[in-house]
Design a protein around this ligand. Structure first.
Ligand SMILES: [Fe+2]
Length: 110
């Protein structure tokens, strides 16, 4: 299937990752806001497995920026007016990635 298929798969995976990470960031920002105090608004005492919540948020935001760059780079390499099989592959891979993310949350390893 060649380079267009690779690019469309990258774009599809990264699009699902983008959606998922935006949810994570919104969740973490909400938690940081709720745990910040008036006396120390820039810090908080909340941790996740020993990592300060603010550090975790900064790390997730950095990873998200990188994933969006990957998605945009892949999308930039795709031809305009993609053929239907490429659009179908895009949707299939996006859906499969969403299923994988869902399974990671609901699967037996939780
Ligand atoms: Fe990536």
């Amino acid at each position: 299937m060649g380079a267009p298929a690779i690019l469309v798969c990258t774009k599809a995976v990264e699009s699902a990752v983008d959606r998922h990470m935006r949810e994570q960031i919104a969740f973490l920002r909400d938690r940081v806001a709720k745990t910040a105090t008036k006396a120390a608004p820039a810090s908080n005492s909340a941790h996740v497995r020993g990592v300060p919540l603010t550090d975790l948020l900064a790390t997730v935001e950095q990873i998200h920026r990188e994933e969006v760059e990957h998605r945009d780079a892949a999308a930039d390499g795709l031809p305009r007016g993609m053929p239907i099989w490429l659009r179908a592959l895009d949707r299939l891979i996006y859906f499969a990635t969403e299923v994988a993310i869902f399974a990671a949350y609901k699967g037996p390893m939780r």
